[in-house]
Design a protein around this ligand. Structure first.
Ligand SMILES: N[C@@H](CC(=O)O)C(=O)O
Ligand SMILES: NC(=O)OP(=O)(O)O
Length: 326
């Protein structure tokens, strides 16, 4: 697998947005992700393709899954990994994002994983640093590695094929970077995507996203193979978007009764963190026969290994080419 990968290289410098990738890049990343997922399942050791490389995690917003899985992925592949704790860093003394990034850049990292509350922050850093930048979530804009791990989870659950699946993404679409990356990626892979949520939480430009929009779960979930629930992103809300959490759960929270509107055997996803009793009930979230939520976490490590591996190989090729051009 890794030899095939080298023979047909991935050439991207950064991972900032799903729109940066062609379908062929995505398919190759997913194949490599599946390879690493297999190794993880078999508890097989991974080749240390990142030996000698340095990965820095720079998270300005809270994270459990993304930060830890990048840390683990980097370590599994042999990189030196440091995770900068923004709360105890000089950011708290007033250092700007760009100064922080150029300070870290002077330490010569190869890969910089950035999460920031402002849309476009990782793309801005990518212009200022000399390493590969990975967007680990920027404001309401994108979370491309989440979409890739979701696609890997779906490929595993549906025997390799996402094309033609009916997928409902439900809840707070407006504030969700997960929704924005997933809509692009699932459309690219040939799935039929619909958004389901109250009008206040559906973006006004959603009619240009290539999706169908529904405002109630009963019609929105009909015929769906997959129901992807999203958290109410209260931290991004200015003002009141839902009357109360209780009412929201009543109309838009996923319960077994509402899941029955979807196809028999429909599977449930959630990027996490979950708010139980707000967007999803515990009996749905915790039922291993229908919930893919822990599979998503497992796929997260494998998919991030694939992304780091691919970017690192592309970097080596660029460096070799630059060296031979001198
Ligand atoms: N963890 C995901 C989803 C969420 O926080 O609800 C994100 O950072 O976008
Ligand atoms: N899904 C996700 O990004 O989770 P974290 O916010 O915990 O990283």
């Amino acid at each position: 697998m890794t030899d095939d990968f080298a023979a047909y290289p991935f050439t991207r410098e950064h991972c900032l947005s799903i729109s940066d990738f062609h379908r062929v890049d995505i398919e190759r990343l997913l194949d490599l992700g599946a390879h690493y997922l297999n190794l993880e399942h078999q508890k097989g050791g991974s080749s240390k393709v990142l030996r000698g490389k340095t990965l820095i995690n720079l998270f300005f917003e809270n994270s459990t899954r993304t930060e830890k899985s990048f840390e683990l992925a980097g370590k599994r592949l042999g990189a030196d990994v440091i995770s900068m704790q923004v709360a105890s860093s000089s950011v708290k003394k007033g250092e700007t994002l760009l100064d922080t990034a150029s300070t870290l850049n002077a330490m010569n990292p190869d890969l910089l994983v950035v999460r920031h509350g402002s849309s476009g922050a990782p793309a801005l850093l990518a212009q200022k640093v000399s390493c590969s930048v990975i967007n680990a979530g920027d404001g309401m804009h994108e979370h491309p590695t989440q979409a890739l791990l979701d696609a890997l989870t779906l490929r595993e659950a549906f025997d390799g094929d996402i094309g033609g699946l009916q997928i409902a993404i439900c809840g707070d679409i407006l504030h969700s970077r997960v929704a924005r990356s997933n809509v692009q990626l699932l459309n690219l892979l040939g799935a039929n995507v619909r958004l389901v949520g109250p009008p206040t939480l559906i973006p006004t430009d959603a009619d240009r996203w290539g999706v169908e929009v529904f405002h109630d779960m009963e019609t929105g979930l009909q015929g769906c193979d997959v129901v992807m629930m999203l958290r109410l992103q209260l931290e991004r809300m200015k003002g009141s978007f839902v009357p109360s959490k209780r009412e929201y759960y009543h109309f838009h929270g996923l319960t077994r009764a509402k899941l029955a509107y979807a196809k028999t055997g429909a599977l449930v996803m959630h990027p996490g963190p979950m708010n139980r009793g707000v967007e999803i009930s515990s009996d749905v979230a915790d039922d291993p026969d229908i919930s893919l939520i822990t599979n998503q976490v497992g796929a997260g490590v494998a998919m991030r290994m694939a992304i780091l591996h691919a970017l690192s190989d592309a970097q080596d090729i660029r460096r070799q080419n630059e060296g031979s051009a001198l």
